[in-house]
Design a binder for this molecule. Structure first.
Ligand SMILES: Cc1cc2nc3c(=O)[nH]c(=O)nc-3n(C[C@H](O)[C@H](O)[C@H](O)COP(=O)(O)OP(=O)(O)OC[C@H]3O[C@@H](n4cnc5c(N)ncnc54)[C@H](O)[C@@H]3O)c2cc1C
Length: 534
């Protein structure tokens, strides 16, 4: 199960992390269960790499009493004993792909009794005395899922009242139906509260705390020197530079550190790290950031107000953070179609990430909307999983690379519909149909689909700029001067949000310039001048 070339690396990770024995139970069954055989192989290989993994294999049909006591009703079930003595860290299905690193982390954290949660989160978790069950639905190909799985596992390590179940949903179609899982990650708490997407640590812990009636705030200072919005390359670099300039720095991120890197496969043009995987680089950025005294606030900025010379940053949780300067590094996000049904069925058949959610559409019919390289790659990727894929594009020509378009035309299960525009997504509980209109003949067509993947580009994340409005360029990105100043004194912008060049190395460089200019502005109080370059 673990490729031979990966074994030395896994052995090294386990050796560094597993200082004490950790008990693992695999519940399997004697009758046909291919995933159980693979789960057994995977755990035996891990146990052979480190003697501190103490593996016990039990058969569901023979251990009726114990499985009832532990509430195990499906296999394969991997149970890890937390330091407090409960088997409350559980994986159902096979933790491979992105979830394999989560399995390794769970073993290491259970062995070391240490999690990466912030002190504030641990404090809040200690106060929870109610039993809470957290189910996180994931797929191995979803790059956002590890954030959701790790948070839930860390919470269960900290508190024995919490039971965390990581469920590889493509393995259990009945659960996908029961919990209406059509996009991952999806977290269900006590069968009631549903979190769609990768909720960041603060918001996840705040949700748990609110269920248990526990209050918590992550804002540590009355007023920050610099508050950075966004934890992509631009924001992380700005934070590192700000702290090193001696500024009291906060960084607010609504998902996880890394931004768009979390979706990128290989990055080939970032100096010194040729061919690094996007999520791997995001993790390196996070580790680097955590070396510095930055207040990392996982929340979403909803508005910014300026009162006298202080910015008030309004967060989704209702809290307000104050700062003397703000650096906007909020990057870009998937462009929406803005058609009826798109919002209603988001996570119920509408998706913007084929790699994340594609596995949920095995042998089903889906539509991909768009004509660029991303849309065409989505169609190709999905055609390997789905029964049929419609590719809908508003023009007759594709913007995608020729080689991709050639592959597209060779696939027998892809039907290309051009020049069509999507006008409505129709469903009941989940997506059922897509209404499209031919732009030449103005005739309408309704196609039966189980999912709609939208890949029509990106747009700037500026919706939180309600009360203050810096100057924007024609495309809606923030105008900056050569030193990353915006038209509003004390407000800077860096990275893709300026659309100067949408490249990682440029975003990082702009983050550094913004932080250095902010430091200068705060210390020297030089007059604000603004001559935009974009
Ligand atoms: C699939 C893919 C492949 C790529 N490949 C390459 C490549 O090979 N080489 C290269 O140089 N570049 C590549 N890029 C582009 C590169 O990833 C971006 O240029 C870079 O990530 C931009 O960094 P950023 O910090 O400006 O923004 P982002 O990475 O977009 O980060 C912005 C962050 O802000 C957060 N945020 C937004 N709004 C709020 C809010 N209201 N409150 C709190 N947080 C908020 C977001 O959650 C996000 O984490 C690729 C991009 C993609 C999508």
């Amino acid at each position: 199960m673990i490729p031979p070339q990966e074994k030395p690396k896994v052995r090294e990770i386990l050796e560094a992390g597993l200082k004490k024995p950790v008990e693992v139970i695999l519940f399997t069954q004697k009758y046909v269960c291919h995933t159980c055989i693979h789960a057994l192989e995977l755990l035996q290989e891990l146990a052979s790499l480190n003697p501190n993994i103490v593996l016990k294999v039990l058969y569901l049909e023979e251990e009726k009493e114990l499985s009832k006591k532990l509430n195990i009703d499906k296999v394969p079930a991997i149970l890890i004993k937390a330091p407090h003595g409960k088997y409350n860290l559980r994986f159902y299905g096979l933790p491979t792909g992105y979830e394999f690193s989560v399995l390794l982390d769970a073993l290491i954290m259970a062995s070391s009794s240490r999690t990466q949660l912030k002190e504030k989160s641990k404090e809040a978790l200690r106060k929870i005395t109610k039993n809470i069950t957290i189910k996180v639905f994931v797929t191995p190909t979803c790059p956002y899922c590890p954030t959701a799985s790790r948070n839930a596992l860390m919470a269960a390590i900290e508190n024995p009242h919490l039971l965390t179940e990581i469920i590889e949903i493509s393995e259990y179609p009945h659960l996908a139906q029961k919990y209406n899982v059509q996009a991952v990650p999806k977290t269900v708490i006590n069968e009631k509260i549903v979190l769609e997407g990768a909720y960041p640590e603060d918001m996840f812990i705040k949700t748990l705390a609110s269920i248990a009636g526990v209050k918590i705030s992550y804002i540590a200072r009355e007023t920050y020197d610099v508050l950075i919005i966004g934890g992509g390359g631009a924001g992380v670099t700005a934070a590192i530079y700000s702290v090193r300039r001696g500024l009291k720095t906060a960084l607010v991120e609504r998902k996880d550190i890394g931004g768009q890197l979390l979706e990128a496969s290989t990055i080939e043009n970032y100096p010194g790290l040729y061919g690094v995987m996007g999520p791997e680089l995001a993790q390196l950025f996070k580790m680097h950031l955590l070396e510095f005294n930055v207040d990392l606030i996982y929340d979403e900025v909803m508005d910014i107000r300026k009162k006298e010379n202080i910015f008030e940053v309004i967060l989704k949780s209702g809290e307000v953070a104050r700062a003397r300067t703000v650096i906007i590094a909020s990057g870009m996000e998937h462009r929406r179609l803005n058609i009826p049904g798109e919002k209603e069925y988001l996570g119920k058949g509408v998706s913007y990430c084929a790699v994340c959610d594609g596995a949920l559409y095995k042998n089903k019919v889906v539509a991909v909307i768009g004509g660029g390289s991303t849309a065409v790659s989505y169609a190709l990727y999905l055609s390997d999983i789905c029964k049929k894929v419609y590719l809908i594009h508003r023009r007759k020509q594709f913007r995608a690379e020729d080689i991709l378009v050639k592959q597209l035309r060779e696939r027998s299960n892809i039907e290309i519909l051009v020049p069509y525009v999507a006008v409505e997504i129709i469903g009941e509980n989940s997506v059922k149909k897509l209404k499209i209109v031919n732009r030449e003949t103005i005739t309408e067509k309704i196609i039966d689909v189980d999912g709609v993947f939208i890949a029509i580009g990106h747009e700037p994340n500026v919706s939180f700029l309600k009360s203050i409005k810096p100057e924007f360029n024609k495309k809606g990105f923030i105008k900056v001067d050569a030193r990353m100043r915006t038209s509003i004194e004390g407000l800077f912008a860096a990275g893709d949000i300026t659309s100067i060049e949408n490249q990682l190395v440029v975003a990082c460089a702009q983050g550094a310039i913004a932080a250095l200019t902010a430091a200068k502005y705060l210390k020297e109080k030089e007059p604000w001048s603004f001559k935009p370059i974009n």
